[in-house]
Ligand binder design. Structure first.
Ligand SMILES: [Zn+2]
Length: 107
């Protein structure tokens, strides 16, 4: 038995987007401030973090990869960098394909 579901590309909702950017500002700023206590190396990292925050906050809206778990049909955000991941709901092991999610059977 091999079941698979389609992967979809979606944009975040306005509220999701706002939340996401707010999180970047808050946690990015906190991170940068903490890093700034470390001389030289920390300062450089802090500048890098602030750059990332500005990029994430004012950059383009990112598309997210979303798929349904083939086992429990729960909608899950998918990281295309991962080959396999476990469903947080039913803990099925799922393989990430080009445009589909396939359940991996472990015997
Ligand atoms: Zn599942």
């Amino acid at each position: 038995m091999e079941r698979s579901t389609e992967l979809r590309k979606v944009k975040r909702s306005i509220w999701g987007e706002l939340n996401y950017r707010l999180n970047w500002i808050i946690f990015g700023t906190i991170g940068a401030i903490l890093l700034a206590f470390i001389p030289v190396l920390g300062w450089l990292l802090a500048i890098g973090v602030m750059g990332a925050v500005l990029f994430k906050t004012f950059g383009f809206r990112e598309t997210q990869l979303v798929g349904s778990c083939p086992a429990c049909t729960k909608s899950l955000p998918v990281d295309p960098k991962n080959d396999v991941f476990a469903c947080p709901v039913c803990s099925s092991v799922i393989a990430v394909g080009e445009d589909s999610l396939t359940i991996v059977k472990i015997d």
